[in-house]
Design a protein around this ligand. Structure first.
Ligand code: FES
Length: 187
């Protein structure tokens, strides 16, 4: 069972998904259009921390989808080739929180970046496709993140963390379950 909503105006490429499900079960997120007003995640799911499946197929190139897992906001971003290249081309020795882009995505799945959706400064929700690097811009105090979710400017001390997740197929991820042998960045 899933209750999903879109958040931003149609001119923006952001969606809000709220996944709900039975206690202990895997929730499934899917897109509903148009806007649905109720955005409160299911309390049982927050308490249970059940994994959430997200179908990647409806997420268009360049789009950012928002999912709640364990009551925390998560961005699922379908990056364009240009966004991937700009993330990969960075000299990580210049970064405040040095991480390669490859360390922040799953092998063979560079188009999909999955990160927690709260600024690592004081927790505001950054705006997608904004800021000097067109990653995210946090309007609260001006932190700027690149298309890998790495902190590039402003007061935030760390990159947007990568939650535990795994690809269960080429077009579906399960948030809350880590790939074998993998470890989430800043989990
Ligand atoms: S909360 Fe994002 S810059 Fe302060």
């Amino acid at each position: 069972m899933a209750t999903i909503a879109t958040e931003a105006p149609a001119t923006r490429r952001d969606f809000l998904l709220i996944a709900t499900g039975a206690l202990g079960a895997v929730g499934t997120a899917a897109l509903i259009w148009p806007f649905v007003a109720s955005l409160a995640p299911d309390a049982e799911v927050i308490a249970a921390g059940a994994p959430v499946d997200v179908d990647l197929e409806p997420i268009q190139l360049g789009q950012i989808v928002k999912v709640f897992w364990r009551g925390k906001l998560i961005f699922v971003r379908h990056r364009t080739p240009e966004e991937i290249k700009s993330a990969e081309d960075v000299d990580i020795s210049t970064l405040r929180d040095p991480q390669t882009d490859a360390a922040r995505v799953k092998p063979g799945h560079a188009p999909f970046l999955i990160v927690y959706g709260n600024c690592t400064h004081l927790g505001c929700v950054p705006l997608g496709h904004e800021g000097a690097y067109k990653g995210w811009f946090c309007p609260c105090h001006g932190s700027v993140f690149d298309t890998s979710g790495r902190i590039r400017q402003g007061p935030a001390p760390l990159n947007l963390p990568v939650p535990p997740y795994t690809f269960v197929s080429d077009t579906k991820i399960r948030i809350g379950e880590e790939s074998r042998g993998g470890a989430p960045a800043h989990a």
